[in-house]
Write a protein that binds this ligand. Structure first.
Ligand code: GLC
Length: 525
């Protein structure tokens, strides 16, 4: 079970309104008690925070807002003492425009070796006034920005995130070095950001309407595998081998699995599952598809309900169209939070019962909803601005956590300071969802997560690989893991439970021997 920490929003030890590493250190016992095996930290490196830290200015320094390198080393060691491993984020596709390399590239001018580490090109049109391609950024808008000497540079994300040229030997060497830097400090693995995007077709063609696998100008290019084989060799060179986890959004499962071959990454996030709506047929299909894709390469599947980029499950599952797509994010989508919460609880039991690794994004174990009414002037996400203000962006899932029922920032920061949290917490309902309140409530989302994670460890069946579907009606998902059965009712009426000897855990009270709608149960047969 890997717990994702967005350091800016987890716990603020010094009261400046921004979460920090010392804040995480004070909360390690909470994570141990939750049942966390490893923490994945989204970027904690020196950064202007133009994209929440995914714009790295210096990989070997901690951003001063988060602490120091010594704090990071202490955190890694203290977590390890509690049996918790640390995974850090590495962002190969781009760096910050404040990175030394990019500053040098701007200063050195066209044709210089400094510019060769990035993608600088002349524009099209009579005076080079048009960008080299019409590619569309993942954050909306174009992918090229013009500099004063007339050249354009490529950025698949925001303009503050210039793309690196992976054909350049410096780029390769530097990243392998960065891996060693963190592995040498006891980090157990890395999460590879936007892992299918770093290699570009240097001819810069437009994106064709249809293309052969591997034929997209910047997604899933074959040359990537050589890069990750190099990284795997670095990871394997340690006495205790380190792990590589890829952020790979690809529809083609065969192509996805290629990144998980034995000499490449160990695992990758399962976005197919996350993107599906609350629908038994869809989820069954995705689970089977996932298991089938992983089996031939022998890699463990991963199960992900959310992360720092997507709408919180409580909110998403409370919507008529509960599938996740970036394009579907709009202000004011009607949401039924009560049903969303029931479904999110059931989804937690579903994912925790599946074979493979489970990822939990901070705050999902508290059932936090997306904060949808953030004041417009508080929004920070470039996705919001680059969409022309149409997309609310991702700030709503990044609001600082509530630790206590009351208090200035609900225990996120110390009460004595008066700096506001970097994103405002909702005044209503936030304290009721705090760790303090849920801690002592056996019916809380937190209690459900804790109970599920205890069973995931104690039940041999859940640790093993055995998995088989049970025959059910259409709106029900049911499968066995040896002597444990997981049943999820995605229909509208209660359904009878399958034969069992013992009820291990349920997401809500049973109706006699019936499982209510939008609920899940773990049974022993
Ligand atoms: C990944 C990260 C996201 C970031 C983007 C660019 O998708 O998860 O938060 O904005 O990469 O680095």
């Amino acid at each position: 079970m890997i717990y994702q920490i967005y350091p800016r929003s987890f716990a603020d030890s010094n009261g400046d309104g921004t979460g920090d590493l010392n804040g995480v250190r004070t909360r390690l016992p909470y994570l141990r008690d939750l049942g966390v095996d490893a923490i994945w930290f989204t970027p904690w490196y020196a950064s202007p925070l133009a994209d929440g830290g995914y714009d790295v200015a210096d990989y070997r320094a901690i951003d001063p807002a988060f602490g120091t390198l010594a704090d990071a080393e202490a955190l890694i060691a203290e977590a390890a003492d509690l049996g918790i491993r640390t995974i850090v984020d590495v962002v190969p596709n781009h760096v910050s425009s404040e990175h030394e390399w990019f500053k040098a590239a701007l200063a050195a001018g066209p044709g210089s070796p400094e510019r060769a580490r990035f993608w600088f090109r002349e524009g099209r049109g009579e005076h080079g006034e048009l960008p080299p391609t019409d590619w569309v950024s993942s954050f909306a808008g174009g992918t090229w920005t013009r500099v004063p000497d007339g050249q354009w540079y490529l950025h698949l994300f925001a303009a503050e995130q210039p793309d690196l040229n992976w054909n350049h030997p410096d780029v390769r060497r530097e990243h392998e070095d960065v891996l060693r830097f963190w592995f040498d400090r006891g980090v157990a693995g890395i999460r590879v950001d936007s892992a299918s995007m770093p290699v570009k077709d240097p001819a810069f063609p437009e994106v064709p309407e249809t293309y052969e696998a591997g034929g997209h100008p910047f997604i899933d290019r074959d040359e990537l595998h050589g890069i990750y084989r190099g990284w795997r060799a670095v990871a394997d060179s340690y006495e205790e081998p380190r792990v590589l986890v890829g952020e790979i959004w690809l529809d083609d499962r065969q192509r996805f699995a290629r990144y998980l071959r034995p000499d490449e990454m160990h695992s990758a996030f399962n976005f197919d599952f996350m993107a599906r709506p609350w629908d038994a047929k869809e989820l069954r299909e995705s689970i089977q598809y996932t298991l089938d894709a992983h089996a031939p390469v022998g890699a463990p599947a991963t199960w992900v309900l959310s992360n720092h980029d997507v709408t919180r499950p409580v909110t998403r599952y409370g919507r008529a169209d509960s599938s996740f797509t970036f394009a579907a994010k709009r202000f004011g989508t009607p949401t039924d939070l009560a049903s969303g919460e029931r479904r999110a609880r059931a989804a937690a039991l579903l994912t925790a019962a599946l074979p493979g690794a489970l990822y939990v994004y901070q705050g999902d174990e508290l059932g936090l909803p997306e904060v949808e009414d953030l004041p417009l002037d508080a929004l920070q996400d470039p996705m919001h601005f680059r969409s022309g203000g149409v997309d609310p962006g991702r700030d709503g899932c990044r609001v600082p956590l509530p630790w206590t029922r009351s208090g200035r920032t609900f225990g996120f920061g110390p009460d004595e300071s008066d700096a506001p949290a970097w994103l405002p917490q909702p005044a209503a309902g936030w304290g009721e969802r705090s760790v303090e309140v849920q801690d002592s409530d056996p019916r809380s989302v937190l209690a459900l997560y804790r109970a599920a994670l205890v069973l995931r460890r104690s039940e041999a069946a859940l640790r093993g690989e055995d998995f088989a579907w049970l025959d059910t009606t259409e709106a029900v998902l049911a499968f066995t893991r040896d002597d444990v059965v997981c049943v999820v009712n995605l229909g509208t009426a209660p359904v009878p439970l399958p034969d069992h000897r013992e009820v291990l855990l349920t997401s809500t009270d049973l109706h006699g021997d019936h499982l209510p709608a939008d609920a899940a149960a773990w049974l022993r047969t």
